[in-house]
Design a protein around this ligand. Sequence first.
Ligand code: NAD
Length: 328
Amino acid sequence: MKEVPVPEELKDDEVLIKVKYASICGTDLHIYQWNEWAQNRIKTPQIGGHEFSGEVVRVGKNVKLVKEGDFVSAETHIPCTRCKMCRTGNMHICLNMEILGVDRDGIFAEYAKVPEVVLWKNDPTLPEYMASVQEPLGNAVFTVTSGDVSGKSVLITGAGPIGVMTVQVAKALGAGPIIVSEVKDFRLDLAKKNGADYLVNPAKEDAYAKIMEITHHEGVDCVLEMSGNESAFNLGMKAVIPGGHISILGLFDKNVSLDINAGIFKNITMYGITGRKMFETWYKLSSLLNTKKIDLDKIITDVIPFEDWQIGFDKMEEGKCGKVVLKI
Ligand code: NAD
């Protein structure tokens, strides 16, 4: 942590934010660990972080969406707004995408510059610390809403912070039973607290046999892959019912081997999830939050002072946490 100047110059479409809360994402942890991906992608020196809530303190001359004093968060994938994908309603898969805190300075700072196009005005009644985790909640909402989960059995593989959010979102949208597979006891427990109907631990038991027993030997209607682990993904492939749906948010650190014929013969739909739809997913997550169908207090396990950032990153590394939020 070091002293840096408050950003002075704003582009016409930029906004200066006084950051209030910032939450730690797995991507921030990868940057902190300086893994191969981070070494290839991040140009130092750069301020990290992208999940936040804060107050608008200054706006560029073309900004119309927000004004000084507004309570905001932001989509962190910055679209160019001009490419084919942006112009066809697909800003989340912009061909020239930049990511806050990855390709430009982020929000682990008292002040941050953010372009207007990604800003999201928060409901004033939403607590500031909760508003900082809407971006990952959006990952969960996009994953769950990519198929129809209502009245359907769901297997969620991986109960990290986003997996646990997925449990609540699936429940709020009428899924059941919800089965969570996870290898860490702390996170299985967190999944239970967040409404999972059944827990399976593939490291300790025959997860497939248990899932088949729960689903009367038919298999699950939907699989939501939230772990980025190959064996978890293949468990989902095996356990999904013919005609079922698999949505994949988890990111794998290497190519996975996949029994593609099994998927073909089962006539399954497989759907890759990246980020959040702009801004359809934000309206959905906002509705779930504002009508209190999601309780973020069951997901945010730690709110700690910015100065103690190291404690937050250590907790993330250990996995003994849900969402970790820093008070800036
Ligand atoms: P996380 O790494 O904290 O959680 C993953 C969980 O999976 C961990 O709790 C881990 O114990 C569990 N796991 C590992 N092996 C398992 C196995 N064999 N079976 C069951 N569970 C197992 O990650 P997160 O922050 O909750 O994010 C979830 C995933 O989504 C990560 O892979 C992350 O990289 C990815 N992600 C993707 C996007 C996107 O846009 N596609 C955005 C954000 C995060």
